[in-house]
Design a binder for this molecule. Structure first.
Ligand code: ADP
Ligand code: MG
Length: 209
């Protein structure tokens, strides 16, 4: 049994709620090593996504994610808008016009999202970016899927791995994005994009329950 367009829409709305709840936290994380706009950027994007979904009522999971992608790309500036936009766009493209997202498709979608972020931003593991959350999340999703987990189980495993990956950025020197200008001074700080990636995965996992 897979997730329908309606369920994916609900998951994205849940994600918007989590982003709104953590807006200040993300702003403060970005204030420490960037320009304090990550929480605001992402929240503006997700508010616009919820509006766009209500307007369009997309009929396939891929169409839902495509609306999220185009909204993020057009409404969210900075590094994260285009990066998350690309992630959602690759995910949408991977789904095509299939009517449901099953475990197999979910793992492919997560992998496609990671590849999109890396193609766009050129960050690798250890650069202290959202890749440090997303990459272990995809690996954990694959392991969980192989072990027979359902959609909710795969997303829960991904979210948990993303938490650990995000936490790992605290000890890293940022090598991409604004935080890289700080050099060693970025050590000791959680990367805002890694944190938001973990939050989004938790929201999706929660919605899949
Ligand atoms: P900006 O840095 O332009 O102000 P945001 O504050 O919205 O944009 O997003 C910052 C986050 O974007 C960082 O915390 C990091 O996770 C992510 N990021 C920045 N550059 C890259 C990159 N090249 N690849 C992957 N992620 C990146
Ligand atoms: Mg910023």
């Amino acid at each position: 049994m897979g997730c329908t367009a309606e369920q994916v829409t609900r998951a994205v709305i849940e994600a918007a709620g989590v982003v709104a709840e953590h807006r200040s936290e993300l702003i403060e994380l970005d204030r420490a090593i960037g320009d304090a706009d990550h929480g605001e950027n992402l929240n503006r994007g997700f508010v616009a996504i919820v509006e766009a979904l209500a307007q369009a009522s997309p009929q396939t999971p891929g169409a839902v994610l495509k609306i999220a992608a185009t909204t993020l790309i057009s409404k969210v500036g900075g590094a994260a808008g285009p990066l998350y936009g690309t992630a959602f766009l690759r995910a949408a493209t991977k789904l095509g016009d299939r009517s449901e997202v099953d475990v197999e498709a979910l793992v492919e979608v997560l992998r496609a999202a990671l590849e999109g972020v890396q193609a766009r931003g050129k960050a690798v593991e250890g650069d202290a970016t959202m890749v440090d959350a997303l990459l272990p999340a995809v690996a954990a999703a694959e392991v969980a899927a192989k072990g027979g987990a359902d959609v909710a189980g795969v997303l829960a495993a991904a979210a948990e791995a993303a938490d650990k990956g995000a936490e790992s950025t605290v000890d890293l020197v940022a090598r991409k994005g604004r935080a890289s200008y700080l050099g060693e001074r970025a050590i000791g700080h959680l990367d805002p994009g890694a944190r938001s990636t973990a939050l989004l995965l938790h929201a999706f996992a929660e919605a899949a329950q």
